[in-house]
Ligand binder design. Sequence first.
Ligand code: DON
Length: 319
Amino acid sequence: EGIEQEVSTGSLPGWDRVEDLVGAAHARYRDVDDGVVADYIPVLATVDPGLYGVCVAESGGAVHGAGDTEVEFSVQSISKAFVYALVCEEFGHQDVLERVGVNNTGLPFNSVIAVELNDGHPMNPMVNAGALATTALMPGASFGEQWENVRGGLSAFAGRQLELDDEVYRSESATNMRNKAIARLLQSYGRIEVDPLEVVDVYTRQCALRVSAHDLAVMGATLADGGVNPVTGERVVSGQVCRDTLAVLAATGMYERSGEWLFEIGLPAKSGVAGGIVAVAPGKGAIGTFSPPLDPAGNSVRGQRATAYLSRTLGLNVF
Ligand code: DON
């Protein structure tokens, strides 16, 4: 409580105590037991709900973690942010704006109605419709090559080679009729020009890449750092692409809860249904969290609370 009061007076951002604050963020919310583990992808329901990791990567490259920061889980929707960045790098600001959009739908991430209400426009790259339209634009001469470029690109953000979780991929492939329907619907509106089921396959693989909270922090810090991975020193995307991606995350990254998130926490962020969240503090670094139980919008409960605590105590709110 002392730390919070001290910082909420506005005077003392806690970067000199970041290691302690990461530990405190973990300890404070470890016993929270709200939320429900996702089960619409059957294999996700088998995860240990007690797993919990909190990690901060600074834009200078230092990484601080507490709890289960090296446990791997599927990246799920968090991949949408990084695939979007890769596609922006290839196509540029205007083209992606027109084709995919940047506005919040106010509806759940897998909404079909959102597509119908907007004349077939996918609306934004963080909902499934827009993510499918984005993945369809990934560079590559074949679907196999597109997938390798997705994997290679996300690996460059993480600074290590990421692997496919075959069990998650197969579990989701067997149950993702809704994403197949959304892709067909986009095709019917001329928004996907290649085989929609192949696009769903690349997207399903992208969502099944294995990451840790540590990876998420480094991936986010690469966006915070203008596109240069602060650990490997590799330039992954341009500074302009980072600005575009972070603006979209601020508006849409936490789905229909994005406004509330920005109001309370003040950082562009992206969540995934396996329980990951990445939040980016431009120029400063990023927070990666992992805890499987989710709120009704599909955002990790402990992850949101740990991120809120760190945003407040480290003085990260961009407003
Ligand atoms: O397409 C899906 O439904 C999943 N592969 C990803 C959804 C997701 O992570 C939503 N996030 N909170």
